[in-house]
Each structure stands twice: as structure tokens, then as C-alpha cells.
Design a protein around this ligand. Structure first.
Ligand code: ATP
Length: 285
């Protein structure tokens, strides 16, 4: 498949309701003694689109993701399909937003198939949650096939490698077909082949199920290749946002990551990045 075919296009924004997708404005969140994310307003993310949240370590990416999943107290506004979620119960959030965290506690004594069936049962969509046992099983097997791990179906979660567990988590969250899917470093434990397979799958699912995907990604080449838009975060603030070629530039890399870099965006979204040097404190702004 060519990169051009892989990119595909989400449904035209003009044909979608003005309230569709995810709208985040003036969101602040943090921990008891420390605010981490300050007054964050994101671009309007429409159904079918994939966006990447990038930025240095400790920038606040995971904190922001947890707040968007309703797992952390926040002020401001998070609207999904026009519905305000800030101040709502966790159940209300979970009906619209599914979150795959960075660390994957999978020590329960279930096999892979059972764990995906469990995720389907907990699905926000009645269409999925009310399926009978047989139909749930068929559907779970189909998701495992799509992710490429059907041969692990009867393995215990406890016996899987880190990368295999990451793929199972992905199968669980994809199976739920949420309106908004948040993925925190979805390819961090995966080898090169699975990185490509997973990114291809995530984008195809976003387009097919008309869901918004927002993922934390450290590898800027992966983010540029697979995302419709980039949000670059530093010290809990949005420093750059927009299509990859507008957000990932030598200037933003200098200011956010403190490096001197050469950036070459190819016509098909591919990104060549060469880091030449680490800048001194005074050179980064
Ligand atoms: N449970 C917590 N309690 C208090 N502070 C926390 C907690 N979790 C994270 N922090 C702090 O919040 C800041 C942002 O952390 P966060 O994990 O959101 O960053 P990140 O951008 O996801 O980093 P990384 O790329 O290293 O995963 C850090 O300074 C961190 O120490």
C-alpha cells in the first residue's frame, strides 16, 4: 500500500455537524499541589481524524490525556458531540471516551479472548454490549484478527510479553468503537513491523468508525506520517498546533525540545528529521 493510499482522508468537515467530534477549551488540570496543564484550548477534532500530542518528557501529555478521559479533576470545557463532560460522572465520560494508558496492568488471570469479550461487554455502544455470548466471541476474534494476534486468543494475559500486552490493550479499546479514543504511546513496546501495522489499523479504524483518535507519540516521524494534526505541548502549554508541516519546524523543535534540527516534510506526510545539536539554554527561545 502506498503512503498516499494509507493516508486516506477523513470525511469532509463541511459535511459534519458543527458540534461533531471533540472540542477542548480552556482546560486546566494537575495534581493536588501542582497545576500541570494550563488553560489548554485544542483545535476542533472532527470524527475520522487522527491527532498526535507530542512534547518532551514531563510536558504534561499523560496528565492531559487522563483529564480528557475524565480520570482527573479539571476545569474548563471538554465537549464530545456537543455534550459537555466536565463535571459529569465517570460513567458519562466512559460512554464517549475510551482511554488506553501508557502502563498496562494486565496481571488478571484471563485469557486474551476473554479480556476482549470483557471490553466488548463494557462497551459504551448498546449495539455491542447487548450482543449474545456467541456474537461477542465472533466479534472479539474478528478484532484480534484485525490487530494480528488471533493466535494469542487462548494465552493467559500473565504470560504475554510487553509488546503482546500492548496489542491486546489496543484490541480491547478498538473493539469498543468509542466516539473518542485516547491512546497514550500506543506503539512504545512494539517492534518496527507492528508499529506500522498498528498505526495503519488505528487510522483505518478512525476513518471507518468515524471516531476521533488522539494519541501521545514520542516519535515525530510516526506522528507526522499518521496524523491529520499535531499538538505540541511544553510545560503544560500548547506551543504549536496544526498540520504536521506547520507544527513540526526547526523553530518549534528548538523552542520545545531544545535541539537544532533540520526538518524535511515529504509530499505524502513522511518526515525526515536530522538532529544536529543540543542547544544551550539561551539559544532555545
Ligand atoms: N500522580 C502524580 N502526582 C503528582 N505529580 C505528577 C503525577 N503524575 C505526574 N506528575 C507530574 O506531572 C508532570 C507531567 O507528567 P506527565 O506524566 O503528564 O508528563 P508526560 O508529558 O506524559 O511525560 P513523559 O513523556 O515522560 O511520559 C511531571 O512533572 C510529573 O512529575
Amino acid at each position: 500500500m502506498s503512503v498516499e493510499e494509507e493516508r486516506g482522508d477523513p470525511a469532509s468537515r463541511d459535511r459534519q455537524p458543527a458540534e461533531a467530534g471533540l472540542q477542548v477549551s480552556r482546560l486546566s488540570t494537575g495534581y493536588r499541589r501542582r497545576q500541570i496543564c494550563h488553560d489548554i484550548t485544542l483545535p476542533h477534532f472532527f470524527p475520522g481524524e487522527v491527532h498526535s500530542l507530542v512534547g518532551p518528557n514531563a510536558a504534561g501529555k499523560s496528565t492531559l490525556m487522563r483529564a480528557l478521559a475524565g480520570l482527573q479533576r479539571a476545569s474548563g470545557s471538554v465537549r464530545v458531540a456537543g455534550r459537555e463532560l466536565v463535571g459529569q460522572s465517570l460513567d458519562q465520560w466512559a460512554q464517549r471516551v475510551t482511554y488506553m494508558p501508557q502502563s498496562l496492568p494486565q496481571s488478571v488471570a484471563l485469557n486474551v479472548l476473554e479480556s476482549v469479550i470483557g471490553a466488548l461487554r463494557a462497551s459504551p455502544s448498546d449495539r455491542l454490549a447487548l450482543l449474545g455470548r456467541r456474537a461477542l466471541e465472533r466479534r472479539a476474534v474478528e478484532v484480534l484478527e484485525r490487530v494480528g494476534i488471533v493466535e494469542l486468543a487462548l494465552e493467559s494475559l500473565q504470560h504475554l510479553s510487553g509488546g503482546q500486552r500492548q496489542l491486546v490493550s489496543l484490541a480491547q479499546v478498538l473493539s469498543r468503537e468509542p466516539r473518542v479514543l485516547l491512546l497514550d504511546e500506543p506503539t512504545s513496546a512494539l517492534d518496527l513491523r507492528y508499529q506500522l501495522k498498528v498505526m495503519r489499523l488505528v487510522r483505518a479504524q478512525a476513518r471507518a468508525c468515524n471516531m476521533v483518535v488522539l494519541m501521545v507519540v514520542h516519535d515525530l516521524a510516526i506522528a507526522a506520517r499518521w496524523s491529520d494534526g499535531i499538538v505540541m505541548l511544553s510545560r503544560g502549554e500548547v506551543i504549536a498546533q496544526g498540520p504536521p508541516r506547520e507544527a513540526i519546524t526547526p523553530a518549534t523543535l528548538a523552542s520545545v525540545y531544545g535541539v537544532r534540527a533540520r526538518v524535511d516534510h515529504g509530499a505524502q506526510g513522511d518526515l525526515q528529521l536530522r538532529i544536529d545539536d543540543v542547544l544551550d539554554e539561551g539559544e532555545t527561545r
